[in-house]
Design a protein around this ligand. Structure first.
Ligand SMILES: Cc1cc2nc3c(=O)[nH]c(=O)nc-3n(C[C@H](O)[C@H](O)[C@H](O)COP(=O)(O)OP(=O)(O)OC[C@H]3O[C@@H](n4cnc5c(N)ncnc54)[C@H](O)[C@@H]3O)c2cc1C
Ligand code: FES
Length: 263
């Protein structure tokens, strides 16, 4: 992990309210693993004061660049996505743990909800490159067809690709988690990896537990320091106590989290 002054190299609105952004940050690009994140200071002023955590969507060590998909939800992401290429950004990373090695056999299912697609695109790319025999099934859900940001990047790195939208404008109408039980009951599944809103994660974890399939979740949580010191990012741990999303995570085995105590 390091702190660098990166240069914003790319900023494109790829879906309404979703920006694909690239940073020139060779140190981060060469060290990054799928599931890890960067902690970005929004501009040179102290407003907003806190950095904002963003997953890595891709790292290209040859080009010295990392990519992120940013959904505008508040002041920090709004200011960030208004920045022009060429501007400097103070970035810490790569942070967090990343996805664990996949099991030697069985299909691998990736479940993405909304902007949660970002780390799963990086993971699918790594699986394709490192485990070419793995059958990667990706399930991607969003509110509407146009909100399926970067779907081509996930589809192109998956052996099978299905989408679900709330309004039925693309793929199945309904929740992406509802696509999962059919696979769990009909295939030999090695592991499930999920990133998205809390409700989606909970809906993925339950069926995996019942089917006895290992499940890993990439959690989002409000953050302060990003390096384990402030405890702003804790979530309840199974068996009592808490775990820090920034250092013990953001990727956890589903059974490490106390889903009942998670608000
Ligand atoms: C490990 C990690 C990886 C992330 N990866 C991405 C990513 O790849 N792309 C992306 O767009 N976002 C990602 N996020 C979420 C992103 O950090 C927040 O959306 C961002 O910090 C919001 O900042 P803001 O100033 O725009 O919004 P704020 O003004 O701070 O908040 C706007 C709204 O969003 C809610 N919110 C803010 N932060 C969070 C959070 N961490 N969890 C849940 N709700 C939140 C607030 O409660 C509020 O309702 C990630 C978060 C974590 C912890
Ligand atoms: S953000 Fe400070 S401990 Fe995790």
């Amino acid at each position: 992990m390091g702190q660098v002054t990166a240069e914003l190299a790319w900023n494109e609105e790829v879906a309404p309210g979703y920006h694909l952004m690239a940073l020139v940050a060779p140190e981060i690009a060469s060290a990054a693993a799928p599931g890890q994140f960067v902690h970005v200071r929004i501009g040179p002023s102290y407003d907003p004061l806190l950095r904002r955590p963003l997953s890595l969507l891709r790292a290209d060590p040859q080009a010295g660049k990392v990519w992120m998909l940013v959904k505008v939800v508040g002041r920090g992401t709004e200011l960030l996505t208004q920045m022009e290429p060429g501007m400097p950004l103070d970035v810490m990373g790569p942070l967090g743990n990343g996805f664990p090695e996949p099991p030697p056999s069985g299909d691998l299912i990736l479940v993405a909800g909304g902007v949660g697609v970002a780390p799963l695109i990086f993971w699918a790319e790594r699986l394709q490159a490192t485990y070419p025999d793995a059958n990667v099934v990706s399930l991607y859900g969003a509110a509407t067809e146009e909100a399926l940001a970067c779907w081509v990047d996930l589809a192109g790195r998956s052996d099978e690709f299905l989408v679900a939208t709330d309004d039925g404008s693309a793929g199945e109408q309904g929740l992406v988690a509802d696509l999962l039980p059919g696979y769990l009951s009909s295939r030999r599944i090695g592991a499930v990896y999920a990133c998205g809103p809390r409700a989606m994660l909970a809906a993925v974890v339950g069926p995996c537990r019942e089917a006895g399939v290992p499940c890993y979740v990439a959690m989002e949580q409000w953050m302060g320091c990003g390096v384990g010191a402030c405890l702003a990012c804790v979530v309840p741990a199974a068996g009592g106590g808490y775990v820090r999303v920034c250092t013990e995570g953001p990727v956890f085995p589903a059974e490490a989290i106390d889903w009942g105590r998670l608000t």
